[in-house]
Design a protein around this ligand. Structure first.
Ligand code: GDP
Length: 207
């Protein structure tokens, strides 16, 4: 097993928070997952943790508008953030969710990295590009996660990745790192977990 490969021994739901005041104490390094509704976030979280129903899918009412904390291996928090880009909610509701997400991202001291999920089947979406720009402007580190890669051929996948990259290079000098994933065939899973494992080591190294 490579040095940084991680086995998931435990994955426990801790709490759902509807404001930053309610968040659990920040006593573990944490990693947030975010993306448009239906991007495959719950499936990815379940696949990372090898649990069927740890993260609820977006069809579960209410769940998707809260910040959900899961404690993994008694060592780090996996954080399921509300999805952005709900088509069917009012602008004021949307602002409320993005307010909560922005406040969390800007204030959470123990947040180490954010995984921004992007549907690999779609051409570049403004809402994703805008969110990543906002992250960069606020100097928040993130990794792009392309989801549902099993639905595409290698060629289609490459074409879509290139499209994304050229859209981003209009505004960015260099591209953020990215990982291609599928919750169905498991690709990308070890890469994400190894990255988290290495970050955890750095986090726990005395400064
Ligand atoms: P969420 O709204 O972002 O939490 O998305 P879900 O995890 O609920 O997934 C939305 C839909 O996409 C569901 O029908 C999933 O079965 C499907 N899905 C999610 N991930 C994958 C994947 O990696 N491959 C395939 N083929 N389908 C996926």
């Amino acid at each position: 097993m490579p040095a940084d490969e991680m086995t998931i021994n435990s994955a426990i739901f801790i709490k759902s928070s509807e404001s930053v005041k309610q968040l659990p104490k920040s006593n573990y390094p944490e990693y947030a997952f975010i993306g448009r509704s239906n991007v495959g976030k719950s499936s990815l979280i379940n696949s990372l943790c090898q649990r069927k129903n740890l993260a609820k899918t977006s069809s579960t009412p209410g769940k998707t508008r809260l910040i959900n904390h899961f404690l993994i291996n008694n060592a780090w928090y996996l954080v399921d953030l509300p999805g952005y880009g709900f088509a069917r909610v009012s602008r004021s509701m949307r602002n409320k969710f993005s307010g909560l997400v922005h406040e969390y991202l800007l204030s959470r001291e123990s947040l180490v990295n954010t995984y921004v999920l992007i549907d690999s089947r779609l051409p570049p979406q403004n809402i994703d590009l805008e969110f990543m720009e906002w992250m960069a402007l606020n100097q928040l580190p993130f990794t792009m996660i392309f989801t549902k890669a099993d639905k595409l051929s290698k060629n289609q996948l490459n074409t879509n990745l290139i499209q994304y990259h050229s859209a981003m290079l209009q505004f960015w000098e260099e591209l953020p790192s990215h990982i291609v994933t599928s919750s169905l065939d498991g690709r990308g899973r070890n890469e994400i977990l190894s990255q988290i494992e290495s970050c955890n080591r750095l986090y726990n190294t005395p400064k």
